[in-house]
Design a protein around this ligand. Sequence first.
Ligand SMILES: Cc1ncc(C[n+]2csc(CCOP(=O)(O)OP(=O)(O)O)c2C)c(N)n1
Ligand SMILES: [Mg+2]
Length: 352
Amino acid sequence: MPALSPQEFVSRDYSSDLSAADLLRAYRLMVLSRKLDERCWILHRQGKIAFHISGIGQEACQLAAGLALEPGKDYYFPHYRDLVTVLALGMKPVDVLMGTYGKAGDPGSGGRQMPNHYNYRPANIVSVSSPVTTQVPQCAGVAFAIKLRGEDRVAMCALGEGATSQGDWHEGLNWAGINKLPFVCLVENNNYAISVPMDKQMPVANVADRGYAYGMPGVAYDGNDFFECYNVTREAVERARRGDGPTLLEARTTRLTAHSSDDDDRTYRDRAELEAQKRRDPLPLLAGHLQEMGVLKPKAVAEIEAEVMAEIDTALDDALRAPYPEPEAALEHVFAPGTPGDRYVKSWRVDW
Ligand SMILES: Cc1ncc(C[n+]2csc(CCOP(=O)(O)OP(=O)(O)O)c2C)c(N)n1
Ligand SMILES: [Mg+2]
């Protein structure tokens, strides 16, 4: 069964719900994410941070997810590229940078997680795990609990198209389909799993073609067009809220950087392809759209950029000044308090 198009899936123009102020907030979030992401690349190249993995080029589908969910009510299981999603759900640049620097103020893990393993309890953002796709059965499990408890919540997870080759993806979608769960799976298809292109990852043309096999609609859409992304993502979230069951979303998007700070994509990626993809960069596309609508004035572009750069500078100063965790903190949260494992770990004498 081929993937549905946005025209076949979306019942109304949800983007018309967004006021001028909402659209300016969305644009500001996308600029904030882009500039923070670029700053992390610079910090890495200066030898000041250990690792970075980027969302640059994929922000439109990510931002749409962040705006379609209700922070603190719905659950989000992010992909490591989802910087703008977590900012839209309420994380601040300083929270992100605390994680990047492994500081005690890292909101979810207190500095235990790798950079870009986003987690934030106030917005029900459940931590990324390094083995890809573990978030999918976790998300289906949370969606199952939501359904059993009769709660008005939606659980959404995001991942790359390469990660759909893992067994966890098939198991999670199957469970969501069997139980008609309030579950949305967002596949950010950037056509590469590190260096491996899409046609070596799966025998079908679209990830979304597989939705039919799990009893849910699969929708393929332009993941770089914010308005299309918002309409499709809102429809999937509304469907889940109404009790109509899960949806598989496939945002066709572009990774405008190497896989990570530790990858050199010149060894496997044609430069002409990358140059062509830069013409579909979601940030200038959104700016152009908002300017045509008269929502974004030319003067505001520079003002927003200056504001965002100042916010990042302050966040970086705050993260750098913040304390590291105490070494003993590494022994916390390993086992539940009072269990034999906990007593064993606490009995260790460690000469830090
Ligand atoms: C289970 C597992 N296998 C391999 C890896 C190494 N790895 C990290 S990211 C990645 C590529 C994932 O590609 P995709 O799902 O398309 O996401 P993208 O990075 O393109 O956004 C791989 C193979 C891992 N983290 N976990
Ligand atoms: Mg990919």
